[in-house]
Design a protein around this ligand. Structure first.
Ligand code: MN
Length: 244
Protein backbone atom coordinates (compact mmCIF):
# COMPACT_ATOMS: atom_id res chain seq x y z
CA UNK A 1 0.00 0.00 0.00
CA UNK A 2 1.28 3.46 -0.90
CA UNK A 3 2.01 5.80 1.96
CA UNK A 4 -0.62 8.28 0.84
CA UNK A 5 -3.39 5.68 0.76
CA UNK A 6 -2.29 4.39 4.17
CA UNK A 7 -2.66 7.89 5.60
CA UNK A 8 -6.05 8.26 3.94
CA UNK A 9 -7.18 4.95 5.39
CA UNK A 10 -6.03 6.00 8.85
CA UNK A 11 -7.92 9.30 8.63
CA UNK A 12 -11.02 7.48 7.38
CA UNK A 13 -11.03 5.21 10.43
CA UNK A 14 -10.21 8.07 12.80
CA UNK A 15 -13.20 10.01 11.53
CA UNK A 16 -15.74 7.23 11.13
CA UNK A 17 -14.98 4.91 14.03
CA UNK A 18 -17.03 5.87 17.03
CA UNK A 19 -15.58 5.47 20.49
CA UNK A 20 -17.49 4.25 23.53
CA UNK A 21 -18.36 7.78 24.57
CA UNK A 22 -20.11 8.45 21.26
CA UNK A 23 -22.16 5.26 21.46
CA UNK A 24 -23.09 6.13 25.03
CA UNK A 25 -24.73 9.42 24.02
CA UNK A 26 -26.45 7.76 21.04
CA UNK A 27 -27.84 4.87 23.12
CA UNK A 28 -29.07 7.39 25.70
CA UNK A 29 -31.47 8.83 23.10
CA UNK A 30 -33.25 5.52 22.50
CA UNK A 31 -36.63 4.92 24.16
CA UNK A 32 -35.28 1.78 25.89
CA UNK A 33 -32.46 3.77 27.52
CA UNK A 34 -34.28 3.70 30.87
CA UNK A 35 -33.89 -0.09 31.11
CA UNK A 36 -31.58 -1.21 33.91
CA UNK A 37 -30.07 -4.60 34.83
CA UNK A 38 -32.75 -4.69 37.53
CA UNK A 39 -35.80 -5.31 35.36
CA UNK A 40 -38.82 -7.56 35.16
CA UNK A 41 -40.02 -9.48 32.14
CA UNK A 42 -42.65 -7.57 30.17
CA UNK A 43 -45.83 -9.46 29.27
CA UNK A 44 -45.65 -11.29 25.95
CA UNK A 45 -47.51 -9.05 23.44
CA UNK A 46 -49.63 -11.99 22.15
CA UNK A 47 -50.78 -15.48 23.20
CA UNK A 48 -48.37 -18.43 23.17
CA UNK A 49 -50.18 -19.92 20.17
CA UNK A 50 -50.44 -16.63 18.23
CA UNK A 51 -47.52 -17.38 15.91
CA UNK A 52 -48.76 -20.86 14.93
CA UNK A 53 -48.13 -22.66 12.66
CA UNK A 54 -44.70 -21.06 12.18
CA UNK A 55 -43.71 -21.02 15.85
CA UNK A 56 -45.60 -23.53 17.97
CA UNK A 57 -47.31 -22.70 21.26
CA UNK A 58 -45.24 -25.07 23.38
CA UNK A 59 -41.96 -23.57 22.12
CA UNK A 60 -43.23 -20.04 22.79
CA UNK A 61 -44.40 -21.01 26.28
CA UNK A 62 -41.06 -22.58 27.24
CA UNK A 63 -39.04 -19.89 25.49
CA UNK A 64 -40.85 -17.06 27.29
CA UNK A 65 -41.70 -18.53 30.68
CA UNK A 66 -38.56 -20.63 31.20
CA UNK A 67 -35.64 -19.38 29.09
CA UNK A 68 -36.39 -15.63 29.03
CA UNK A 69 -37.55 -15.78 32.65
CA UNK A 70 -34.26 -17.40 33.70
CA UNK A 71 -32.14 -14.80 31.85
CA UNK A 72 -34.16 -12.08 33.60
CA UNK A 73 -33.78 -13.57 37.10
CA UNK A 74 -30.08 -14.26 36.58
CA UNK A 75 -29.48 -10.76 35.21
CA UNK A 76 -31.09 -9.27 38.32
CA UNK A 77 -29.01 -11.48 40.61
CA UNK A 78 -25.75 -10.79 38.77
CA UNK A 79 -26.44 -7.05 38.74
CA UNK A 80 -26.90 -7.06 42.52
CA UNK A 81 -23.75 -9.12 43.07
CA UNK A 82 -21.63 -6.99 40.73
CA UNK A 83 -23.02 -3.65 41.94
CA UNK A 84 -24.17 -2.63 38.48
CA UNK A 85 -27.82 -2.24 39.44
CA UNK A 86 -27.63 1.56 39.26
CA UNK A 87 -26.35 1.60 35.67
CA UNK A 88 -28.51 1.68 32.56
CA UNK A 89 -28.53 -1.58 30.64
CA UNK A 90 -27.14 0.21 27.57
CA UNK A 91 -24.23 1.59 29.63
CA UNK A 92 -23.47 -1.97 30.62
CA UNK A 93 -23.64 -3.12 26.97
CA UNK A 94 -21.40 -0.23 25.92
CA UNK A 95 -18.75 -1.34 28.45
CA UNK A 96 -19.61 -5.04 28.41
CA UNK A 97 -15.98 -6.19 28.39
CA UNK A 98 -15.50 -4.65 31.87
CA UNK A 99 -18.35 -6.55 33.53
CA UNK A 100 -18.82 -10.19 34.62
CA UNK A 101 -19.60 -12.70 31.87
CA UNK A 102 -22.80 -13.59 33.76
CA UNK A 103 -24.08 -10.10 33.08
CA UNK A 104 -23.12 -10.38 29.42
CA UNK A 105 -24.98 -13.67 29.00
CA UNK A 106 -28.03 -12.81 31.07
CA UNK A 107 -28.28 -9.08 30.33
CA UNK A 108 -28.03 -9.93 26.65
CA UNK A 109 -30.53 -12.75 27.09
CA UNK A 110 -32.97 -10.43 28.85
CA UNK A 111 -32.77 -7.63 26.27
CA UNK A 112 -32.49 -9.73 23.09
CA UNK A 113 -35.69 -11.61 23.93
CA UNK A 114 -37.50 -8.45 25.06
CA UNK A 115 -37.04 -6.96 21.59
CA UNK A 116 -37.42 -10.30 19.75
CA UNK A 117 -41.01 -10.81 21.02
CA UNK A 118 -41.94 -7.37 19.72
CA UNK A 119 -40.28 -7.95 16.35
CA UNK A 120 -42.82 -10.71 15.68
CA UNK A 121 -46.60 -10.64 15.38
CA UNK A 122 -49.43 -12.95 14.32
CA UNK A 123 -50.03 -12.74 10.56
CA UNK A 124 -46.97 -10.55 10.12
CA UNK A 125 -44.48 -11.07 7.41
CA UNK A 126 -45.76 -8.94 4.54
CA UNK A 127 -42.91 -6.62 3.54
CA UNK A 128 -41.52 -3.41 4.99
CA UNK A 129 -42.86 -0.14 3.58
CA UNK A 130 -41.62 3.35 2.84
CA UNK A 131 -38.33 4.61 4.21
CA UNK A 132 -37.11 1.26 5.56
CA UNK A 133 -37.88 -0.53 2.29
CA UNK A 134 -36.04 2.22 0.35
CA UNK A 135 -33.03 1.89 2.67
CA UNK A 136 -32.96 -1.92 2.32
CA UNK A 137 -33.02 -1.66 -1.48
CA UNK A 138 -30.41 1.09 -1.41
CA UNK A 139 -28.07 -0.91 0.84
CA UNK A 140 -28.52 -4.48 -0.40
CA UNK A 141 -29.64 -3.95 -4.01
CA UNK A 142 -33.09 -5.48 -3.48
CA UNK A 143 -35.38 -6.69 -0.71
CA UNK A 144 -34.71 -10.29 -1.75
CA UNK A 145 -30.95 -9.75 -1.59
CA UNK A 146 -31.33 -8.41 1.96
CA UNK A 147 -33.55 -11.35 2.95
CA UNK A 148 -31.03 -13.81 1.57
CA UNK A 149 -28.16 -12.16 3.44
CA UNK A 150 -30.08 -12.12 6.73
CA UNK A 151 -31.20 -15.76 6.36
CA UNK A 152 -27.66 -16.74 5.46
CA UNK A 153 -26.23 -15.05 8.59
CA UNK A 154 -28.82 -16.91 10.69
CA UNK A 155 -28.08 -20.23 8.99
CA UNK A 156 -24.32 -19.94 9.30
CA UNK A 157 -24.12 -18.92 12.96
CA UNK A 158 -22.30 -21.90 14.43
CA UNK A 159 -23.91 -23.14 17.62
CA UNK A 160 -26.10 -20.70 19.55
CA UNK A 161 -26.61 -17.06 18.75
CA UNK A 162 -28.50 -14.46 16.79
CA UNK A 163 -28.59 -12.80 13.37
CA UNK A 164 -29.31 -9.08 13.22
CA UNK A 165 -30.22 -6.18 10.97
CA UNK A 166 -28.74 -3.04 12.52
CA UNK A 167 -27.78 0.56 11.81
CA UNK A 168 -24.11 1.47 12.00
CA UNK A 169 -22.76 4.78 13.28
CA UNK A 170 -23.44 6.38 9.89
CA UNK A 171 -27.04 5.20 9.85
CA UNK A 172 -26.31 2.53 7.24
CA UNK A 173 -28.05 -0.84 7.50
CA UNK A 174 -25.93 -3.96 7.94
CA UNK A 175 -26.47 -7.66 8.61
CA UNK A 176 -24.40 -9.45 11.24
CA UNK A 177 -24.47 -12.37 13.59
CA UNK A 178 -23.43 -12.65 17.24
CA UNK A 179 -22.67 -15.72 19.39
CA UNK A 180 -24.55 -16.74 22.54
CA UNK A 181 -26.56 -13.78 23.92
CA UNK A 182 -24.30 -11.02 22.59
CA UNK A 183 -25.79 -8.23 20.47
CA UNK A 184 -24.37 -5.43 18.29
CA UNK A 185 -24.72 -2.82 21.06
CA UNK A 186 -22.03 -4.55 23.13
CA UNK A 187 -18.41 -3.39 22.95
CA UNK A 188 -17.41 -7.06 22.52
CA UNK A 189 -19.31 -7.21 19.21
CA UNK A 190 -17.25 -7.32 15.96
CA UNK A 191 -19.40 -4.70 14.28
CA UNK A 192 -21.36 -2.32 16.44
CA UNK A 193 -24.73 -0.77 15.85
CA UNK A 194 -28.36 -0.42 16.88
CA UNK A 195 -30.34 -3.62 16.16
CA UNK A 196 -33.77 -3.23 14.53
CA UNK A 197 -34.49 -6.87 13.61
CA UNK A 198 -33.14 -10.08 15.12
CA UNK A 199 -33.70 -13.81 14.93
CA UNK A 200 -32.89 -16.19 17.77
CA UNK A 201 -31.16 -19.28 16.36
CA UNK A 202 -30.59 -21.07 19.67
CA UNK A 203 -32.01 -24.58 19.41
CA UNK A 204 -34.46 -23.71 22.21
CA UNK A 205 -36.13 -21.31 19.73
CA UNK A 206 -37.10 -24.03 17.25
CA UNK A 207 -36.08 -27.57 18.25
CA UNK A 208 -39.47 -28.91 19.41
CA UNK A 209 -41.09 -28.21 16.03
CA UNK A 210 -38.15 -28.23 13.64
CA UNK A 211 -35.54 -30.46 15.37
CA UNK A 212 -32.32 -30.06 13.36
CA UNK A 213 -34.06 -28.17 10.50
CA UNK A 214 -32.86 -24.67 11.35
CA UNK A 215 -33.22 -23.58 7.70
CA UNK A 216 -36.95 -24.34 7.75
CA UNK A 217 -37.39 -22.31 10.97
CA UNK A 218 -35.51 -19.38 9.40
CA UNK A 219 -37.66 -19.59 6.26
CA UNK A 220 -40.85 -19.54 8.33
CA UNK A 221 -39.64 -16.64 10.51
CA UNK A 222 -40.32 -14.34 7.54
CA UNK A 223 -44.06 -15.05 8.02
CA UNK A 224 -44.15 -13.56 11.52
CA UNK A 225 -41.95 -10.45 11.25
CA UNK A 226 -43.61 -7.33 12.64
CA UNK A 227 -42.39 -4.81 10.06
CA UNK A 228 -44.27 -1.94 11.75
CA UNK A 229 -42.12 -2.46 14.83
CA UNK A 230 -38.92 -2.89 12.79
CA UNK A 231 -39.71 0.36 10.93
CA UNK A 232 -40.41 2.11 14.21
CA UNK A 233 -37.04 0.97 15.54
CA UNK A 234 -35.38 2.09 12.28
CA UNK A 235 -36.81 5.62 12.55
CA UNK A 236 -35.89 5.85 16.22
CA UNK A 237 -32.32 4.68 15.59
CA UNK A 238 -31.90 7.15 12.70
CA UNK A 239 -33.10 9.94 14.96
CA UNK A 240 -30.69 8.92 17.74
CA UNK A 241 -27.81 8.95 15.21
CA UNK A 242 -28.57 12.45 13.92
CA UNK A 243 -25.69 14.83 14.56
CA UNK A 244 -26.51 17.82 16.70
MN1 MN B 1 -33.94 -17.66 23.05
Amino acid sequence: MKKRSAIFLFLFYAIFTLNAQDWSSIFAKLSEASLTPISNQEALPYAFDALEPYIDARTMELHYSKHHAAYTTNMNNTAKESETAHLSLFEVFNNMSKYPVGLRNNGGGYYNHLIFWKMMKPAGGDKPQGKLMDALINEFGSYDAFAEKFSDAAAKRFGSGWAWLSLDAEGKLFVSSTPNQDNPMMDVSDKRGIPILGIDVWEHAYYLKYQNRRLEYIKNFWNVINWDEVSRRYEEALHALEKE
